[in-house]
Structures are given as structure tokens and as C-alpha cells.
Design a protein around this ligand. Structure first.
Ligand SMILES: Nc1ncnc2c1ncn2[C@@H]1O[C@H](COP(=O)(O)OP(=O)(O)O)[C@@H](O)[C@H]1O
Ligand SMILES: [Mg+2]
Length: 401
């Protein structure tokens, strides 16, 4: 038997490349810099959020093979913070340096229909769905399932590229609104609460699973997330083993976030997957032994994965562009006077309604306390957007199912 060489870690001093330079790339780049890595980034926007942290920024679209080759030629490993990367770009990078995660999981995840069909074929628990290839398929789905949500296959995020339907007669409008091309139609799930589970996996197959995060969305956009999730131990175990199984089956190297619904009937369903850092784990920078950003660096560089223990209950609240579009400027001093809070801004020029500009975080004595602090800090920062933010004192009732 021939001994295979142990995979060698990519050590500090090496260069990490990022496909995508938004806030996820920026925060990962900060973590990588702290550990002594150099950073290069490719993003369509010259003034992308990662630019100030990178030694080199390549301004190019995610289907520009030549630009991707240029990135790969100066990097030891390339990762990504967005899944909408053209497969030819993934192949070109993988031919020149380590691409983590690899082509296959990204290819499966980047198309919502392909992702759902893969999850179904593997036997993972899902809500009911169909792949619609014409307007009448949407109408038929609503007739069969009742209220539905139609989602574009590519490029949707933060609730964009989605249409909610109550009646079959709305099918034609939904088809047109989504660009008159194939889309995913899901039955509206009777959601009791939403959680996500982040899994890190290294090239050697080592796995670290994070404690579930409890998440709250308003109009399809994440408003807050908190850890620990305040759910039963049984549900924690179920969610973690489900997420770990998905990560292993899809062969992720790096991070996989598994978004889940827990239904009013107590079922645990997979909503969607993300092969990258995730908005619902920004609190890991405050209250978890290893932040998701450091963990991604460790995983793609084949260093030992860090501990995922929660050492402080912590919560985040997203700051959308709306906060900067009010008559009164955000009151930062008032917001940060709440003990345990921190402000994170992504350095994006140009606040637009719905655009993620930053987040507030807080640690507390328990999950409810951390959440209460971050939401109070939010109210102080931007009293004018509270109504749209949907913060009517959410209560983390202990869930026993
Ligand atoms: N089938 C569904 N039933 C009920 N709510 C849903 C369904 N699909 C999505 N949602 C709600 O919309 C949010 C965003 O949808 P998601 O599919 O995760 O898209 P995105 O890529 O924008 O995050 C979810 O977190 C959930 O709150
Ligand atoms: Mg989602």
C-alpha cells in the first residue's frame, strides 16, 4: 500500500483569494488578515466592501474567466462569498489553485431548483415544491398546495426574486414578475420558528458544527438572529445532525449554512443552503469561541477547526439602508450606550432601501437579554425605521417540541 502524503496546511503568509467582495468577504478578510494571510478579491464593483482589506482588487463579473485566472495565479487558495459564480470560472480557478468550496457543491446550490431536487434525492426533509417551466405550472401548484411562494432559480437573496401567491389566478403575474423563466414553487410552510445551523468542514473531512441560531425575518429579510436558539435539546440534536449530514453528503470544504423551518406540527425542514459565511452567524464574532469568519479561514487552509462553544449569549440586528434614509441621522452614541453592544459597518457607499449596510450586535446574560439589548440599541439608533423593522418585543418562549 502506498502511503498518501498528508495534506499540507496553507500557512499564514499565503494569499487567499475571494470571489465576491461584499460584507461576507470583508469580514472574512479581516479574520484572515488577523491570522497573517494576504488577501486578493474579485468583485464587479470597484468600490466593493472588501477592497480596503485586500492587497489587490480585480474589478470583473463572475463569468469573466480571464479575470478569475488572474486572481488564481496569485493565490494559494480561492474561496467565495456568493454562489452565483459561473461554472467556467470555478473550473478555471480549480485548475490553478485550491478552490474551496469546490465546484460541485456550488454548482448544486447556485440553482434553487437543482438544489431542492438534490436535497429531495438525498432524502433530506423538505416542504412540498415543484419546478415550474410555464405559468400554468405555478397556477397548478397553488391549486394543489394552497398559498405558495415562487422563487427565481438564480440570483434571489434577501427575499428578492420571490413572489407570494394566494390564488391560482395570480400564477401568470408571478411567472412574468420572475422573468418568464423556470422557477421554483414552494408550498407556504406553516412556520413555528426559523433556525439555521452552520457547519465547517476541512479538506481532510474534519467537521465542526455550530449551535443552532434562532432567526427572525421580516418580508423575507433577516432582521435578527440569536444564539443560543432557546429550543429543546432534542431539536438542537436533530438540527445539528441534519446539517452535518447535508454538509458531508454535498462534500463542502469551508462553510455550509443550512437554513431550516420548524413547522407548527413540529417537523424540521430544510429551507435552503449557503456554501459560505451566513448572515445568521454574524453573532459568532461576539459569543462563539471561533467566529464563522476565522472558521472559514481555518477550514480552507486545512488548519485545525476551532471550537464552536457559545461562551456568551449573543444577538445581531441587521441595519438596512433605510436607517440612513431617515430625516434624522442614526444616533450612534445613544445606541452604543447600551452595555454589551457593538456596531459593525460594511463601508458601503450609497445607502439604498433594503441594502445591508451593517449590523448591531450585543452579548447578554442569556439569549433574551442579548436580543433585548440589540433591539433596544437598534431603537435608539433609528427610531424612525422601527415600524418597518417589526420589533414588537419578540419573546423567545422556550420551545419544547
Ligand atoms: N416555503 C416557504 N414558506 C414560508 N416562508 C418562506 C418559505 N420560503 C421562504 N420563506 C420566508 O422567506 C425567507 C427568505 O426566503 P429564502 O428562500 O430563504 O430566500 P433568500 O435567499 O432570500 O434568503 C425565509 O427565511 C422565510 O422567512
Ligand atoms: Mg434564506
Amino acid at each position: 500500500m502506498t502511503a498518501t502524503a498528508a495534506p499540507s496546511p496553507i500557512l499564514p503568509g499565503a494569499t487567499i483569494g475571494f470571489l465576491g467582495g461584499g460584507q461576507l468577504g470583508r469580514m472574512t478578510a479581516f479574520a484572515a488578515r488577523s491570522m497573517g494571510y494576504d488577501i486578493q478579491v474579485l468583485d464587479p464593483e470597484a468600490a466593493c466592501a472588501t477592497r480596503p482589506v485586500a492587497s489587490r482588487t480585480i474589478t470583473a463579473t463572475y463569468d469573466d474567466v480571464e479575470a478569475a485566472i488572474s486572481l488564481a495565479s496569485e493565490c494559494n487558495v480561492v474561496t467565495l462569498e456568493i454562489e452565483q459564480i459561473h461554472p467556467d470560472v470555478l473550473d478555471a480557478v480549480a485548475a490553478r489553485c485550491a478552490l474551496r468550496p469546490g465546484r460541485e457543491p456550488v454548482y448544486i446550490i447556485q440553482d434553487r431548483i437543482r438544489q431542492k431536487q438534490w436535497l429531495a434525492a438525498q432524502g433530506f426533509p423538505l416542504g412540498r415544491f415543484v419546478a415550474a417551466t410555464r405559468a400554468s405550472d405555478i397556477a397548478d401548484a397553488v391549486s394543489t398546495f394552497g398559498p405558495c411562494i415562487a422563487k427565481s432559480t438564480h440570483g434571489g437573496y434577501d427575499g428578492r426574486g420571490q413572489v407570494r401567491l394566494r390564488e391560482a389566478a395570480q400564477g401568470a403575474d408571478a411567472w412574468d414578475a420572475l422573468g418568464a423563466r423556470a422557477c421554483l414553487v414552494e408550498q407556504m410552510v406553516d412556520i413555528h420558528y426559523e433556525i439555521s445551523v452552520l457547519v465547517a468542514r476541512s479538506p481532510s473531512g474534519a467537521v465542526a458544527v455550530y449551535p443552532p441560531s434562532r432567526n427572525h425575518h421580516t418580508s423575507g429579510v433577516l432582521t435578527w438572529a440569536v444564539v443560543p436558539a432557546v429550543i429543546s435539546d432534542a431539536m438542537t440534536v436533530r438540527a445539528q445532525s441534519l446539517a452535518k449530514a447535508v454538509a458531508e453528503r454535498i462534500g463542502i470544504v469551508g462553510l455550509l449554512a443550512v437554513e431550516c423551518f420548524v413547522t407548527t406540527a413540529g417537523e424540521l425542514l430544510v429551507n435552503e443552503l449557503a456554501p459560505r459565511p451566513h448572515n445568521t452567524y454574524h453573532h459568532s464574532e461576539r459569543g462563539v469561541a471561533t467566529s464563522q469568519f476565522e472558521q472559514l479561514v481555518r477550514a480552507i487552509c486545512d488548519l485545525p477547526l476551532g471550537a464552536t462553544d457559545v461562551f456568551a449569549p449573543s444577538a445581531i440586528a441587521n441595519l438596512l439602508g433605510d436607517v440612513w434614509l431617515q430625516d434624522t441621522a442614526p444616533n450612534t452614541s445613544h445606541a452604543l450606550a447600551i452595555p454589551g453592544t457593538r456596531l459593525h459597518l460594511y463601508g458601503k457607499a450609497g445607502a439604498r432601501a433594503g441594502r445591508k449596510m451593517g449590523h448591531l450586535s450585543a452579548i447578554g446574560t442569556d439569549a433574551q437579554d442579548a436580543l433585548g439589548r440589540v433591539l433596544e440599541s437598534y431603537r435608539r439608533l433609528s427610531p424612525g425605521t422601527v415600524a418597518s423593522f417589526d420589533v414588537h418585543e419578540p419573546v423567545l418562549a422556550h420551545v419544547t417540541s
